[in-house]
Design a protein around this ligand. Structure first.
Ligand SMILES: *Cc1c(COP(=O)(O)O)cnc(C)c1O
Length: 959
């Protein structure tokens, strides 16, 4: 027997699940001899790439991690006093391991299927409650992308709500962080909102202003008393947004108590690593009267079909998938996982623990300030929390050098520096800083005294007296065992990829491989401030350069911007780049976006944010773009055409051959082609956006490139552009990434949620060109296999010329309405079979869109098909009267353990049918924790914070 001593494990064989035997069987069912034959039948030859991808050879998992360790060592982990919205902190181990590093939390989808998502819905409700309490506001959403975009959303909400007689001016305090001002500029521009940047103490509002924004504590560290300012604004009906630091609000009078209309900020310092910029959850809190105008998602309390407490996403009719260009925002993917972590951080420390952390941070800051003053430095602050501004004068160079020698970063500005302290700062750190500042003045360090007897600098009027976080959820889980069990108790209510496939059409729920995730929590990546000096972050730069190059190769474009931190933000960034391009050529009037009727809701919402007018292009009966209609509309609007937004392969799951002609028509009429890259999982290695003729596209790295969905975020939506658009890619106010004619920033951090770019980097590096191309082929094979199995039971809408679908397919459920079965009944019944529903009613109402991905083995595809087929036969039983029209397993789904094991059972079908409809279910049962959730009940009386404990007890008493 000869032994193969060169055997190497392949990552691609772990990622792509079907083995040789499965593949053979699936090809047979599909009716082709090889995968390549299937691909030929699926993707028109005119669209195919002529050559394979030019990417480095695939690395094994072990090799990848060891080479990335080398890259990581190029990052220098300095002690950060930079602040500016990013603070080092301690992720409690119990949260790090059981949430951040746990696929039971990070692989979940957005909680649209509320009955199997009660765990994260509760965790997000905790987050909202925490934000409401600390800010002193009435209602909060379940996270936004970052502090800067949250501020921009607040500005835009106030702009939308302004009175007719109000002007278009918006006051911006000069003491808010530079990156936030940058984003406000980007968002203000398309609407002609005039930003007036100045000092709030000398500003006099008038009727031309609709809003104002200040920061608390301000960027220079000062805690201003804005109560007078708020009164003056309100006398003129001008609305006030306050950017607040959540930790400081344990000590400071919350903005809700002195006149804020909106409070926004980041929750990063509640246990989330800096990660060179993200991901972190921003928050948005406001008054109850604005609830219908709040951007992003809101979790609300309602009841289920058994009248029990249940949670779900509230007020969905505000959102882009329903309101399209009239939506309150384009937010789709937000920062659910990070919001969940921040909420757990608050629950673990509780109000007392948070206050102790805040007091220590505050106290050490005073100690530092007083010690520096004692040795002759000028500190510019009167009242401050964790940040001071120090005059360095001539000593700046020496201090800067000595700090670097001691691995310390300060935030230098001219001949001043701001120094921000945080949860990790201790007395030794303060002593070291004081010694450095003494040494450069030639004061003998042994004669230096660090002041350790301090009391607060915050004036009495700004000291918080109101209580916060009084709910039991923030006062019950302070030992690690309790916290561990609380986290677990919520996790077990949620169905994630740990349980079964989640076949979400358009959302590509594929494997999030463990090896891809591991580096995200390495300190060499986690403990890096986004504004750290460039020579300390060469590891990150290496990763970005490679990822930029690889994604450019994959899309066929000239360059990428890695800044947008969600797909919809990529859309917005791409459209703003197109807008800048037109304007640079003198085409200021080009503002029409053609968008097909079947487009994802974020497309029109993003176009509206970019100030564009939307003209809808019809679809044909076959679900394709109506080329004649497109031609006519492109011609009609040729004068003012800005762009077409198009998804490819289409949202109907088909590679339309006409795409090349479509792009040509747009270009001939002076427009640019924006491709929505959500369906890139059907393109990689076989075709590309540039090959098809697009000018810009975003990639949802949390779909095609393996960043997990996190239950509704994080994500990343970088954009690729053709050469003529490169100069306009987003810049940044703090870190110079200017491309010549860059638009201002679209995210707070220059590389968005930088730390999770590692995941996509790992995926590409370990798959290589062949692996990636094979993944696409298998995504298409898996989809066509399911189509072959399911089309005898469900009509499949749309297919290509040869009857093939791309990587997803649409099952038509509209016909079942005739006997009372709705598509949601099927979605809910799937839960009884242990599955998450596919995409419901997008892009066609009354349908399911199924996307299996390449990471699912045949065995899992079969289980899912078996479930759908069994449900189809239940529908037949309703149809032929064997099952009641109203009292049947579909209408009553999902069935909870409490219902199935209850003493009473009054249905015509058995408990067995209800809960264990197929043999495999009995072997591994996932129990939905609540019955069908009542959406409208909760929207009628909106509750968006944890209800007081008495209300639970009442429920129990009546149960
Ligand atoms: C997911 C998706 C988007 C939005 O992406 P987010 O990352 O959620 O903002 C846009 N278009 C399509 C077709 C999508 O599937």
């Amino acid at each position: 027997m000869s032994l193969n001593i060169h055997y190497q494990e392949n990552f691609k064989d772990r990622h792509i699940a079907p083995n040789e035997a499965d593949t053979k069987a699936m090809l047979e069912t599909v009716g082709v001899n090889s995968i390549d034959e299937l691909i030929e039948q699926t993707i028109p030859a005119t669209i195919r790439l002529k050559q394979g991808l030019n990417l480095p050879e695939a690395k094994s998992e072990v090799d990848y991690l060891s080479s990335l360790k080398q890259t990581a060592s190029l990052n220098k982990v300095f002690k950060s006093f930079i602040g500016q919205g990013y603070y080092d902190n301690i992720t409690p181990g119990v949260i790090l391991r059981n949430v951040f590093e746990n696929p039971g939390w990070y692989t979940q989808y957005t909680p649209y299927q509320a009955e199997i998502a009660q765990g994260r819905l509760q965790a997000l409700l905790n987050f909202q409650t925490m934000v409401i309490d600390l800010t002193g506001m009435e209602i909060a959403n379940a996270s936004l992308l970052d502090e800067g975009t949250a501020a921009a959303e607040a500005m835009f909400m106030q702009y939308s709500l302004r009175k007719k007689e109000q002007g278009n001016k918006y006051f911006v305090s000069e003491a808010i962080f530079a990156q936030t001002i940058d984003i406000l500029k980007t968002r203000a521009n398309p609407f002609g909102i005039e930003l007036v940047i100045g000092n709030h103490e000398t500003f006099e509002p008038n009727a031309e202003f609709f809003g104002a924004i200040v920061q608390y504590p301000a960027g220079n560290g000062e805690v201003y008393d804005y109560s007078h300012f708020a009164n003056v604004l309100h006398e003129q009906s001008v609305k006030l947004t306050v950017i607040a630091d959540l930790l400081s609000l344990t000590l400071l009078t919350p903005p809700g108590e002195w006149g804020a209309d909106v409070v926004v900020g980041t929750t990063q310092r509640f246990g989330i690593p800096m990660g060179f910029g993200g991901p972190h959850a921003a928050f948005f809190a406001t008054k109850d009267e604005y609830k219908r105008s709040i951007p992003g998602r809101i979790i609300g309390v309602t009841i289920d079909s058994n009248d029990n407490y249940a949670l779900r996403m509230a007020l969905q009719t505000r959102e882009q998938h329903i309101r399209r260009d009239k939506a309150t925002s384009n937010i789709c993917t937000a920062q659910a996982l990070l919001a969940i972590m921040a909420g757990f951080y608050a629950a673990y420390h509780g109000p007392k623990g948070l206050k102790l952390i805040a007091e220590r941070t505050h106290g050490l800051t005073i100690s530092l300030a007083e010690s520096l003053k004692a040795i002759g430095y000028k500190v510019n602050n009167q009242a401050y929390f964790d940040t001071i501004e120090v005059e360095l004068g001539d000593l700046k160079g020496a201090i800067h050098k000595d700090c670097l020698d001691n691995n310390i970063n300060l935030n230098y500005k001219g001949d001043k520096a701001t120094i921000s302290l945080d949860e990790t700062t201790n007395f030794e750190d303060v002593s070291l800083l004081v010694r450095i500042f003494s040494k450069v003045k030639a004061i003998a360090t042994d004669s230096v005294v660090v002041v350790d007897n301090v009391s607060t600098t915050i004036p009495a009027a700004l000291q918080r007296t109101s209580e916060y976080l009084t709910h039991p959820v923030f006062n019950s889980h302070h030992s690690e065992h309790e916290m561990l069990r609380y986290i677990k108790s919520l996790e077990t209510k949620d169905l994630s990829l740990c349980h079964s496939m989640i076949a979400l059409g358009s959302c590509t729920m594929k494997l999030n491989a463990t090896t891809e995730m591991i580096p995200v929590t390495w300190p060499e990546f986690g403990k890096i401030h986004p504004f750290a000096p460039s020579d300390q972050v060469l590891g990150y730069y290496t990763v970005f350069d490679e990822l930029d190059k690889w994604l450019s190769e994959i899309t066929g474009f000239a360059a990428m911007s890695l800044q947008p931190n969600a797909g919809a933000q990529g859309e917005y960034a791409g459209l703003m780049v197109i807008r800048a391009y037109h304007q640079d050529r003198g085409d200021h009037h080009r503002n029409i976006a053609l968008i097909p009727a079947s487009a994802h809701g974020t497309n029109p919402a993003s176009a509206a944010m970019a100030g564009m007018k939307i003209v809808v292009v019809k679809s044909t009966e076959k679900g394709e773009i109506d080329v004649e209609d497109l031609k006519a509309k492109a011609k009609e609007h040729a004068e003012n055409l800005s762009c077409l937004m198009v998804t490819y392969p289409s949202t109907h799951g088909v590679f339309e051959e006409s795409i090349i002609e479509i792009c040509k028509v747009i270009h001939e009429n002076g427009g640019q082609v924006y491709m929505d890259g959500a369906n890139m999982n059907a393109q990689v290695g076989l075709t590309s956006p540039a090959n098809i003729g697009a000018d810009v596209c975003h990639l949802n790295l949390h779909k095609t490139f393996c960043i997990p969905h996190g239950g509704g975020g994080p994500g990343m939506g970088p954009i690729g552009v053709a050469a003529h658009l490169v100069p306009y890619l987003p810049g940044h106010a703090v870190v110079n990434i200017d491309k010549g004619k860059s638009i201002p920033a679209v995210s707070s951090a220059p590389w968005g949620s930088a730390s999770i770019l590692l995941i996509s980097h790992a995926y590409i590096a370990m798959m290589g060109a062949d692996g990636l191309t094979n993944a696409t082929k298998y995504a298409i094979l898996n989809a066509n296999y399911m189509k072959a199995r399911l089309e005898q039971h469900y009509p499949v809408l749309y297919a290509g010329a040869n009857g093939r679908c791309a990587h997803e397919m649409i099952l038509d459920c509209r016909g079942f309405k005739n006997f009372g079965i709705e598509v949601v009944d099927i979605a809910k019944r799937l839960m009884d079979y242990g599955f998450h529903a596919p995409t419901v009613s997008f892009p066609v109402a009354g349908t399911l869109m199924v996307e299996p991905t390449e990471s699912e083995p045949k065995h899992e595809l079969d289980r899912f098909c078996d479930a759908l087929i069994a449900i189809r036969s239940e529908i037949s039983q309703v149809e032929n009267g064997q099952l009641d029209k109203v009292d049947n397993p579909l209408k009553n789904a999902p069935h909870t353990a409490a219902v199935v094991t209850g003493n009473e059972w009054n249905h015509d079908y058995s408990r067995q049918t209800a809960a264990f409809p197929l043999p495999y279910v009995a072997a591994y049962k996932f129990w939905p924790s609540v019955g069908r959730v009542n959406d409208s009940h909760g929207d009628r009386s909106l509750i968006c914070a944890c209800p007081p404990l008495e209300s639970y007890m009442e429920e129990e008493a009546t149960a």
